[in-house]
Design a protein around this ligand. Structure first.
Ligand code: SF4
Ligand code: MG
Length: 334
């Protein structure tokens, strides 16, 4: 499989009056062509910051990409100038956010916004732009596209607005679509329809997708692979099957227990006790130690090495590594 994107050792901080928040602390992952990777974790774990760093949309200051590589089609976007990035955003990589209204201009018709999005980047005639806009409206499932092109954002429902935002994101035929909590603001039935739409779009256009979400239920529907983030690090990565049927990290297991199950009459949600660590001064060992029912002495002293359970499945947890006890003995002697 061809790799489209590879993120290596990404570190992002934010300066605040209270000190420096280490929001992303050495993140590694890759995305293959044509696949959907879900980055999952609680709010504040660094998943949105990671996706903004890929697009170089971190507000600097207070944010800063301290180090890391973002290799997209063989080129390191982390070394690009802002001008070079502008030729990538919306063209090669597009991003959509939780609230569709922020991406739409309330004073312009949908047709104008779609066509402008295309003509900003491509030398096409107004007629060609209109044809493309209609094609995109059709792709995202908006009925009567000819009529609806003349309407304004407020004339659409929330779900329809999110479809339009997706159409705008795709009009230049990007190779990568990053969607940050794209269904969180929508009600449940509409959420399901938008998730189905992602599947349809991928099957039709072959676009690769990074889906950022706190909701494992969402992920189960459309992800091929899953990266679980906690306290600024990816702590487990695997295929959807690795994560749903063979999760190894105690945090991932906890997340899975807190997913509502439709097959149970009574909903038994088990939230994970405790809160994530303070990222002003993150622990040097495993950040899950204070909440982990299986924590050992080594855990809060040394960050676990990444263990390969299989070619597709990696875990950062000392339970995977028999050397944990030896390491503990060594640090005890230091
Ligand atoms: Fe729990 Fe230790 Fe594994 Fe962290 S490294 S998840 S504390 S067992
Ligand atoms: Mg977020």
């Amino acid at each position: 499989m061809e790799t489209l994107l590879e993120v290596k050792d990404l570190h992002v901080t934010f300066s605040t009056y209270g000190g420096t928040v280490k929001a992303v602390r050495g993140v590694y992952f890759h995305l293959n062509k044509g696949e959907t990777l879900a980055i999952v974790g609680e709010s504040g774990c660094g998943k949105s910051v990671t996706s903004q760093a890929i697009m170089r949309l971190i507000p600097e200051p207070p944010g800063k990409i301290i180090k890391g590589e973002v290799i997209f089609k063989g080129k390191d976007l982390a070394s690009y100038t802002e001008k070079q990035m502008r030729s990538i955003r919306g063209v090669d990589i597009s991003m959509i956010f939780q609230d569709p209204m922020t991406a739409l201009n309330p004073t312009l018709t949908i047709g104008t916004q779609l066509m402008e999005g295309l003509r900003e980047h491509q030398a096409v005639s107004a007629e060609e732009a209109k044809i493309k806009a209609l094609e995109m409206m059709h792709l995202v499932g908006i009925p009567n596209p000819k009529e609806r092109l003349k309407q304004y954002p407020h004339q659409f429902s929330g779900g329809m607005r999110q479809r339009i935002v997706i159409a705008m994101a795709l009009i230049c035929e990007p190779e990568l679509l990053i969607a940050d909590e794209p269904t969180t603001a929508l009600d449940v039935t509409i959420q399901a329809q938008i998730l189905e739409l992602f599947g349809h779009i991928q099957a039709t256009t072959g676009v690769s997708i990074i889906l950022i979400t706190h909701d494992l239920g969402v992920v189960a529907k459309i992800a091929d692979r899953i990266a679980v983030m906690y306290a600024g690090k990816i702590i487990e990565t695997g295929t959807k099957y690795d994560i749903f049927y063979d999760a190894q990290h105690p945090y991932t297991k906890g997340l899975l227990k807190s997913v509502p199950r439709l097959d149970l009459k009574e909903e038994r949600l088990t939230p994970i006790d405790g809160t994530p660590p303070d990222l002003f001064s993150p622990p040097r060992g495993c950040p899950f130690t204070p909440r982990c029912p299986l924590a050992m002495e080594v855990c809060d002293k040394v960050y676990p090495v990444t263990t390969e359970r299989s070619r597709s499945h990696q875990v950062d947890c000392w339970l995977q590594d028999e050397r944990a006890q030896q390491l503990l003995a060594r640090t005890a002697n230091q």
